[in-house]
Design a protein around this ligand. Structure first.
Ligand SMILES: [Zn+2]
Length: 124
């Protein structure tokens, strides 16, 4: 695969997602530059900066949404990663992860093993 192809948006992206991305791009453009569009003297590096910020927002929303969906797999008792004993949930813990596109806030079910005296996140 060429470098250009590797950096392009995959052509297999679902049409509905492409439509939503186009709508999102329009909304962000309006927010950044107003309803009349970008100014004449706009440089591409500024467009790229705004695009990067949009990517950060999309990535953070995607990661938060999918990790919340993923939590359904940890509804009941979970085995301790150290001793294998069955452990009960302690509750939800808010965590801030630093991803490649910036910080993302996650809410994960935290478990505790009384035998090992340790807490763990089975979803991590
Ligand atoms: Zn244990």
């Amino acid at each position: 695969m060429s470098k250009a192809a590797a950096n392009s948006v995959a052509p297999t992206v679902d049409r509905q997602i492409q439509t939503k991305l186009a709508e999102l791009a329009e909304l962000i453009s309006i927010q950044e530059y107003g309803p009349d569009g970008p100014p004449k003297d706009l440089k591409f590096r500024e467009i790229e900066r705004a695009g990067y910020q949009a990517a950060q927002l999309v990535a953070a929303k995607f990661e938060t949404t999918v990790s919340q969906q993923h939590q359904q797999h940890f509804d009941g008792p979970q085995p301790c990663p150290q001793c294998g004993g069955e452990c009960e949930a302690e509750g939800l813990a808010e965590r801030q992860l630093l991803t490649r596109l910036g910080p993302v806030g996650l809410s994960e079910i935290k478990f505790h093993c009384n035998a090992c005296r340790r807490s763990f996140f089975p979803s991590a």
